[in-house]
Design a protein around this ligand. Structure first.
Ligand SMILES: Nc1nc2c(ncn2[C@@H]2O[C@H](COP(=O)(O)OP(=O)(O)OP(=O)(O)O)[C@@H](O)[C@H]2O)c(=O)[nH]1
Length: 377
């Protein structure tokens, strides 16, 4: 669990601007320590476990199991809704209308929903679909076709250091995602340096420093100061140490806070001064709970800083997983990673097929829907 990265939720008002500190104030943390224990979140429907004398570690679940568990609420909304629709009658216009409501409630958005219904109507008539399973399989395929273009994994080997700037609204999951991404890149054999560019909340800096100490990752931080100065120092440190990947945190901000959007645009310009061509990835972190508001956030951050990739977090806490279809239709950006929990391994590269499979696969113990099984272990 990311308990050590947990913090009090900052308010938008905390994100004011501050004068840059002297560069010498940079605190460079580079401490080796033990691996953190990644707790696996419990299944929503799990029975409470009686206290045992000897704690028995929970069996580690595969990513596809965690993805399936994480998407349970969206699956219930979408797949469950469909199962009850499909289960009771033959395909007709009334059924398609109810299906439309189900897709909208899963936050697929009007455009994607209309597109999906158009596909279903065409296939229903052209291929003479009759059974519920056939229609559900057709829907799964059509959804896959919509979101597949978002599957563009991040390739960090083109530059050294490869600079990833992280942005997003308050509490979207930026800092925790940085911890998870650092672990992910380390597992690929990359060296990582963290820039504690969320200078508005001391807690954010401390969380990154603690995380860095535990995982033997260098963290460049300053007491107070502005994000641009911290990240500038971090890039120079990364270059000197021949670090492969720099993950630069920034403070949360709302797109309506125009002065803060100007400020993050300045951070990006300073990165380009420190490393011509950088940042190589401008990653926007979106909380899936916001549903359709994600579209406005993508557009606003894109306008200010040119978003090149997305991370969608907290898919485990929402029934709004259909928002991926809305993003794909209305403001497509490469979806680099998705998050389905607070555990360190609960953020993984987005793969459209396994996402769709996880949505349409029946919950354990129920009948199969006919959708192809799959997913990584
Ligand atoms: N359930 C769940 N919680 C998550 C996920 N990702 C992040 N969180 C939690 O969301 C909360 C906020 O995450 P932070 O990383 O602190 O968010 P932030 O964007 O850095 O916040 P600010 O610095 O205030 O802007 C923390 O409690 C995280 O543990 C996820 O995929 N699933």
């Amino acid at each position: 669990m990311f308990g050590f990265l947990k913090k009090k939720r900052g308010t938008a008002d905390e994100a004011g601007t501050a004068a840059p500190p002297p560069e010498s104030a940079a605190a460079d943390v580079d401490v080796a320590a033990a691996e953190p224990v990644a707790e696996i979140p419990a299944e929503p429907a799990a029975e409470p476990v009686a206290a045992a004398a000897e704690p028995v570690p929970a069996p580690k679940r595969s990513w596809s199991e965690r993805l399936k568990a994480g998407l349970a609420r969206t699956r219930q909304q979408l797949g469950g809704g469909l199962a009850s629709l499909f289960g009771r009658r033959r395909i007709d216009e009334d059924l398609l209308e109810e299906l439309e409501a189900t897709l909208l409630m899963a936050d697929c958005g009007v455009e994607a929903t209309q597109h999906l219904l158009g596909e279903l109507r065409t296939r229903w008539k052209r291929d003479r679909l009759e059974t519920a399973d056939q229609l559900q399989q057709t829907l799964a395929d059509a959804l896959h076709a919509i979101i597949a273009p978002l599957e563009q994994p991040l390739e960090v080997s083109g530059h050294s250091p490869y600079i990833i700037m992280i942005a997003g609204v308050n509490g979207s999951g930026k800092t925790t995602s940085i911890g998870k991404l650092a672990k992910y890149f380390q597992a690929q054999g990359k060296s990582v340096l963290l820039a504690a560019g969320d200078t508005f909340r001391a807690a954010a800096r401390e969380q990154l420093m603690t995380w860095g100490e535990r995982n033997n990752v260098t963290v460049v931080a300053q007491e107070g100061g502005d994000a641009a100065a911290v990240i500038f120092d971090a890039i120079n440190a990364a270059r000197a140490r021949k670090v492969d990947v720099v993950l630069a945190d920034t403070a949360g901000r709302l797109p309506t806070q125009l002065h803060l959007m100007d400020e993050i645009a300045k951070v990006k310009r300073v990165i380009a001064k420190a490393e011509p061509g950088g940042p190589h990835e401008v990653m926007l972190v979106l909380d899936a709970n916001i549903g359709q508001n994600a579209l406005a956030q993508v557009q606003a951050f894109d306008k200010a800083i040119g978003v090149t990739g997305l991370v969608v977090t907290k898919l485990d806490g929402t029934a709004k997983g259909g928002v991926l279809a809305a993003i794909a239709r209305q403001c497509p950006k490469p979806l680099r990673f998705i998050g389905v929990g607070e555990g360190i391994d609960d953020l993984q590269p987005f793969r459209a097929r396994e996402f769709v499979d996880a949505l349409f696969e029946p919950a354990p113990g129920t009948a199969r829907s006919g959708t192809e099984a799959g997913g990584r272990a």
